[in-house]
Design a protein around this ligand. Structure first.
Ligand code: NAP
Length: 290
């Protein structure tokens, strides 16, 4: 295997240690404990695991977390009423609505209802707008985690051709926008691909950096990768009870210069960035800007 492994688990652990120190300093200074409220609707086992992991990480960082478990049959109005209550609760700094929501609930309506100051996932249009304009209040967790991995791995992003596979609101679109900004781990020339892209492999073969976020197991194969490219695999797919990414890991690692594994790559970074945003939200609540 030629590629260096970008160890997201280790990078996230370092970030979480620093974050726990910053949380502790913040609590000492303000007597306010950062507090994340998580909403879990229904019984989806994967969602329950994600929420549990986020709560555990909060505990370790000194961030309080509360879980609101709601039945799958809850109405949209019922969910909105709870969000309204949490928006007003001064002891709650971050609100996380675990996706997906049951089909009868409109996700956009629910996500828009979270007050922008507690929108630690950075899904609210106001926060997306601020991010696009290059003056973020929060940064979206998964793309921010990717950027941190590019930074800590010493990847040359400025001037590089970054190809983002996927254009979802959660990963692909904000990822592309963040890579094209002025700033650290940015200033890239970005191409965004999606299911209607023609000649995808020709495009990926021109990439210095590929960020794969399409949700298709082992989709990115070695012949789609330029020798020496840096590969960031956001995908999490369950195949035969095993987690695999969107990248065909072993063969691609023979061609790439650096690659993130699945699991242990981007996933742990997403959680670390969520914790960071919760601290930021608590800081904002007491009038601190950073
Ligand atoms: N590691 C983490 O923390 C983390 C966080 C979030 C998501 N994920 C994982 O990342 C993956 C993507 O998540 P998501 O929420 O962004 O997914 P999504 O909302 O389903 O979006 C998938 C995107 O991939 C595109 N796509 C699908 N098939 C394609 C193909 N054959 N060629 C090119 N593009 C294609 C889609 O194009 P269209 O727009 O044209 O349909 C869409 O834009 C999933 O595996 C998810 O589990 C991981």
């Amino acid at each position: 295997m030629a590629a260096a492994i970008i160890d997201g688990k280790a990078v996230a652990a370092d970030l979480r240690t620093t974050l726990a120190e910053n949380v502790s300093k913040f609590v000492e200074r303000t007597n306010v404990q950062p507090h994340l409220a998580a909403l879990l609707v229904g019984e989806d086992p994967a969602s329950a695991v994600y929420v549990r992991n986020k709560q555990r990480a909060c505990d370790k960082a000194g961030i309080r977390s509360t879980l609101h478990r709601l039945p799958a049959e809850i109405t949209e109005e019922g969910l909105l009423a709870l969000i309204k209550q949490l928006n007003k609760d001064p002891t709650v700094h971050g609100i996380l609505v675990q996706l997906p929501l049951p089909g009868h609930i409109k996700e956009q309506v629910v996500l828009d209802a979270v007050t922008p100051l507690k929108d630690v996932d950075c899904f609210h249009p106001e926060n997306v707008g601020l991010m696009v304009q290059g003056r973020p209040r929060f940064l979206p967790c998964t793309p921010h985690g990717v950027q941190q991995l590019l930074l800590t791995s010493g990847t040359q992003v400025a001037g590089a051709h970054a190809v983002v596979l996927g254009r979802s609101e959660i990963v692909g679109k904000p990822m592309a926008m963040m890579l094209v900004q002025r700033g650290e781990a940015a200033n890239a020339t970005v191409t965004v691909c999606h299911s209607r892209t023609a000649g995808l492999a020709e495009i990926t073969r021109q990439a210095d950096i590929i960020v794969a976020a399409i949700g298709k197991p082992r989709f990115v194969t070695a012949d789609m990768v330029k020798p020496g490219a840096v590969i960031i695999d956001v995908g999490i797919n369950r195949v035969d009870d095993k987690l695999v990414g969107d990248v065909d890991y072993e063969p691609v690692a023979e061609v790439a210069s650096a690659i993130t594994p699945v699991p242990g790559g981007v996933g742990p970074m997403t959680i670390a960035m969520l914790l960071q945003n919760t601290l930021t939200a608590a800081q904002l609540s007491v009038g601190m800007t950073s």
